[in-house]
Design a protein. Sequence first.
Length: 156
Amino acid sequence: MDNEILVKEFRKILRILELEHKQVVLFMLKVDGPEMMNLIVSTPVYDTMTAKSGLKHLIGIVNRNFSKEVLRKIIRLTVLKTDDPFVVAMNQTFKARNAVKYIYSSVISEIYIESAIVFKSGAVAGHKKTCTAKEVILALRNKNCSTETRTSRGKE
C-alpha cells in the first residue's frame, strides 16, 4: 500500500479521536514488518477507562473508518495510559504536532522500534513542572516518579 494513502487513513482516525477526546497525547504506528502494524494510542480519556473499554472504543473507530486493506495490516491495537513509561519517553523524545515523524531503529523505554510513524506526540495539557532528560531517565528506571514530573512541559 502506498505510504501516502496509509498516512491519510491514519490521520483520519487521529482527527476523530481529537474531536471525541479533545487531546491525544500519543498516536503512532509501529511497523513490525511489511504486513504487521501496531497502532498505539494514548489520551487522557482512555486514562479514565478500563483497558478493555478503551480498546473496544478504539476498535469501533478503526473498524468503521479504515479500508479493508489497512485493517488486514493491523495486527495489534494498543491503548496506553498517559503516564505509561513508553508514552512519557516518546513525548520527551519526539514532538510531533502538525507533521508526521518517521522513526527507524530506535530504543524507547526499553522497547525496540524497527520502524514507526509518529502522527502526534505531546505532553498532557495542564502540567506545570518541566522535566530534564535526567529526571525522565530516572523516572523510567525507577518507575516511581509522579505523572506530573514525567509528562509536564510548562514552567512552574
